[in-house]
Design a protein around this ligand. Structure first.
Ligand SMILES: C[S@@+](CC[C@H](N)C(=O)[O-])C[C@H]1O[C@@H](n2cnc3c(N)ncnc32)[C@H](O)[C@@H]1O
Length: 338
C-alpha cells in the first residue's frame, strides 16, 4: 500500500494532475491536466494532451514559441498558490512547527484553527496514514476551503484527517479522551483561551505549539502558560529566511524578503499533579504583585496593565548595581582644564 498522495507525486504526468508552468520571466501558472483542454495566455497556447504522459521536469513550447518549464508543484509551492480564506502558515514556519513540536509518524495531533488548511497538510504529511490530525475551525466556509485544498493535493480525503466545525474550547473535550493527544498546534487570535481544554487533552510530556502574529499575543500566551501551572517553561522564537540571488557573479541576498510572518512558542504538558520547578528568574515585580489575587486571571489582567510593572528589570534590561555605579563614577576622569 502506498502512502496517501504519494502516487500523485511521481511518474509521468497523468490526467487530473496539477502541474506548474514557469515562463522565461519566472511567472508561474498552475493547471490541472484535462484531455482536450488548452492552456491559453494572451500569446499562444499549449495543449494539455501534449503534457499528459510527459515526464515531470519537461519543457513545452506554446504556439507563439514561448518555452515553459513544467513541474509538479511541491507542497510548499502548492500552499502558496492554493485558494485561501485566511492567512496561511508559510512553509518556513510549517517546517519549524513539524520539527520543533516533534510531530512524528502515527502521532495524534489536535490543530486549531484550520483556515485554508496549509498547516494541516504539513501535519498530515508528518503523521502519515497511521496517525491522526483532528482539526477544529470556527468558520464552516473556511473548513470547506481547507478540505477542498487538501483533497486536491492528496488526490482524496486524507484518512488521518478529521475536521470539526466549531470552537476548540467547546468541541475538544467531547472529541478526544483526556490525556490522549500527543501534540496540539494552535494558530488563532487568542490561544490563551484554550489552555484549559488543551491541558486536559494532552498526554503527559505532550507538546503545545502556538503560532502568533504579534509580540503582544506572544507575551500574553507565555504568561498564561506560566500561570496555568501544568506546563513547562515556554520557549519562543521566530525564523527569518532570506533567499539568495544567484546570477553570474551577482551572488548575494535577495533584496526583498518576508521580514515577518509570526512567532512560535512551545511548552510541554507536565504529568498530572506536577507543578513546574521554581523558575530562577521572576517575571518582574509588577507581575509578581498579581499572584495571590484570586479575583483576576492573567487573561483578564495582562502583564503590563499597571504602569508600575514597566521596570528595567521586568524588561530584562541589565541594570548596574548602586555599588557598580559608585565604582564607575570614581573611575571617570574629569576633563583637563584647557
Ligand atoms: C490564521 S487562520 C489559520 C490558518 C491555517 N493555520 C493555515 O495554515 O491555513 C486562523 C483561524 O483560526 C480560526 N479560529 C480562531 N479561534 C478559533 C477557535 N477558538 N476555535 C476554532 N477555530 C478558531 C479562525 O476562524 C481562522 O480561520
Amino acid at each position: 500500500m502506498t502512502a496517501t498522495g504519494s502516487a500523485y507525486r511521481r511518474g509521468p504526468f497523468r490526467e487530473g494532475d496539477r502541474v506548474q508552468l514557469t515562463d522565461p520571466k519566472g511567472r508561474m501558472h498552475t493547471i490541472t491536466l484535462t484531455p482536450g483542454k488548452q492552456f491559453h495566455t494572451h500569446r499562444g497556447h499549449v495543449k494539455h494532451d501534449d503534457l499528459i504522459g510527459a515526464p515531470d521536469g519537461s519543457t513545452i513550447t506554446n504556439t507563439a514559441g514561448t518555452e515553459y518549464l513544467v513541474l509538479r508543484p511541491l507542497l510548499s509551492d502548492y500552499v502558496m498558490s492554493m485558494p485561501r480564506g485566511a492567512a496561511v502558515v508559510y512553509p518556513k514556519d510549517a517546517g519549524q512547527i513539524v520539527q520543533m513540536a516533534d510531530v512524528f509518524p502515527g502521532a495524534t495531533v489536535v490543530e486549531a484553527g484550520v483556515g485554508s488548511g496549509a498547516l494541516s497538510m504539513s501535519l498530515l504529511r508528518a503523521v502519515g496514514d497511521t496517525g491522526r490530525v483532528h482539526s477544529f475551525e470556527r468558520r464552516a466556509d473556511f473548513a470547506e476551503i481547507a478540505r477542498a485544498n487538501a483533497r486536491a493535493f492528496f488526490g482524496e480525503d486524507h484518512p488521518a484527517w478529521t475536521v470539526s466545525v466549531g470552537d476548540l474550547v467547546e468541541e475538544l473535550p467531547g472529541a478526544v479522551e483526556p490525556g490522549s493527544v500527543d501534540r496540539v498546534v494552535l494558530d488563532m487570535l487568542a490561544p490563551w483561551e484554550c489552555l484549559e481544554v488543551v491541558a486536559e487533552a494532552l498526554a503527559p510530556g505532550g507538546v503545545l505549539i502556538c503560532y502568533v502574529a504579534t509580540a503582544t499575543q506572544l507575551s500574553k500566551v507565555a504568561e498564561a502558560m506560566r500561570d496555568f501551572g501544568s506546563f513547562t517553561e515556554p520557549e519562543a522564537w521566530e525564523s527569518l529566511v532570506r533567499g539568495w540571488h544567484l546570477e553570474g557573479l551577482a551572488v548575494r541576498p535577495q533584496h526583498r524578503m518576508h521580514g515577518h510572518t509570526g512567532f512560535l512558542i512551545t511548552t510541554r504538558r507536565l504529568a498530572p499533579g506536577v507543578t513546574p520547578p521554581m523558575r530562577k528568574r521572576r517575571p518582574g515585580k509588577g507581575y509578581a504583585a498579581q499572584e495571590g489575587d484570586e479575583t483576576t486571571t492573567p487573561a483578564e489582567v495582562p502583564p503590563g496593565t499597571d504602569d508600575a510593572e514597566w521596570t528595567s528589570e521586568a524588561l530584562g534590561e541589565r541594570v548596574a548595581s548602586e555599588k557598580k555605579m559608585r565604582k564607575l563614577a570614581r573611575g571617570v576622569v574629569p576633563p583637563s582644564p584647557r
